[in-house]
Design a protein around this ligand. Sequence first.
Ligand SMILES: Cc1cc2nc3c(=O)[nH]c(=O)nc-3n(C[C@H](O)[C@H](O)[C@H](O)COP(=O)(O)OP(=O)(O)OC[C@H]3O[C@@H](n4cnc5c(N)ncnc54)[C@H](O)[C@@H]3O)c2cc1C
Length: 480
Amino acid sequence: MTTLRTLFWHRRDLRMADNLGLANAVTKTAAITGIYVLDPAIITPPYQLPPIAPARLWFLIESLIELRHNWHKAGSRLLIVEGDPVEVLPRFARKMNAETVVWNREVEPYARKRDRQVKRQLEADGRRVLAEWDQQLIAPAQIKTGSGNPYHVYGPFLRNWRTQVHANTPCSVKAPSELIDLDSEQQVSLPSSDLLEPLRSSHGFGAVDSCPCRPGEKAAFEQLQIFCDQQIRSYEPDRNIPSVKGTSTLSAALSIGTISPRQAWRAANEARKQARDQKSQKAISVWEQELAWREFYQQALFHFPELALGPFRSKWRQFPWENNDSWFKAWREGMTGIPIIDAAMRQLNQSGWMHNRCRMIVASFLVKDLICDWRWGERAFMELEVDGDLAANNGGWQWSASSGMDSKPLRIFNPATQATKFDPTANYIRLWLPELRHISTQDLLSGNIGALERRGYPEPIVDHKYQQAHFKALYATINN
Ligand SMILES: Cc1cc2nc3c(=O)[nH]c(=O)nc-3n(C[C@H](O)[C@H](O)[C@H](O)COP(=O)(O)OP(=O)(O)OC[C@H]3O[C@@H](n4cnc5c(N)ncnc54)[C@H](O)[C@@H]3O)c2cc1C
């Protein structure tokens, strides 16, 4: 007689500690097996979105290798299986006679559709399905306006979110131990080949050392501790200066779930207790607001899945994008001749990550100066980012394009003004554009570099003033 067990399906929650779905499963039985499905639709996603970025694939594989080890240490195992979850989950549940299958819920339209199909199959086989909200401090369905509608303005969302988080201060949930592994009869039919090792040597990401995001649950927790012991107290104003390591660089960990938002929030709260001065208290609150931005975009995608396909403000569907291929290529490769843009795009290309201030500058430039459809930029980011996340990336791009949930109707960044304000020493520009190290700070910030001094660095592909006027004229055609 084989033991009835629970199958726990990991998706974007690649950790054992503070995992609400897993913790819930453990309250019912210790006979739990983990499973992760390498879904071709995640490696090559739908909605004409690009394949997973090499940096993200690296982060995923390394995190899975550690997670598999942690399952083993806890007494059980994590199976890594390739295929369509709609077929894989019922098959494995059957193989191991799983009475219950548990997972944590997701907000992305593809994942929600997939989960409904998996659930239907499992229930048709007589199995129980339990799904938890785990990736947010406040579940998307639990946060609504006074009239019961989803939010599309961040300010009121933040007020409600804060009230709810403080009212239900999340307590910590330990990683399970003493789990019961499959018995020898059940182990016989399991796949024997290791899918992770071949992927480890073929993900194509060569810049492992320059990526500031570290894979795995252990590294994410250490990164959080270091940030909350040190930088968090000067997060404001350091968070806006890309040459300073002033942010947590936890975005990949939060989006793939090697750390939970509750762990992040609790660590910030601890830092608040230690902080003596008002400046530090304020900085900690500003960091918590960033966690709220993450959840704002998640609830937006949950309630408005059409965001994944196009603009939130419908008038933008008519915008006459010019989509110049060679300009787009120059932007993507960091060869526009505008130093702050090129430095930022080189950071992304070379390290898999880009500072938030720079993401806003390059996104505004692509849309408002190069008059290129923001979805081209959204796609390029997903092809390159270690933290590529549909909700945050789409939210960031739509905000920058003014087609999304920004309360301001139109916002245009001037690259030279942004560089002067946020990279006043030009240290960030010099770091990522070493060929321009000999240029004066003033010229790097303004972008006015003499022909003889360029030494192969391109002339600016556009003039900001001219393009801004042109963009505004085009915008007037959709704004009547
Ligand atoms: C055009 C554009 C595209 C973006 N694409 C992504 C993306 O694919 N994935 C992603 O995680 N973030 C994205 N962001 C948001 C933001 O740039 C990154 O989350 C941030 O730079 C990550 O650095 P950090 O971890 O040091 O953040 P911190 O400043 O330490 O903030 C802590 C956490 O809060 C969250 N966060 C911070 N700012 C934002 C924000 N504006 N929107 C949503 N969540 C936020 C992240 O999870 C981050 O790790 C994008 C922003 C823009 C403007």
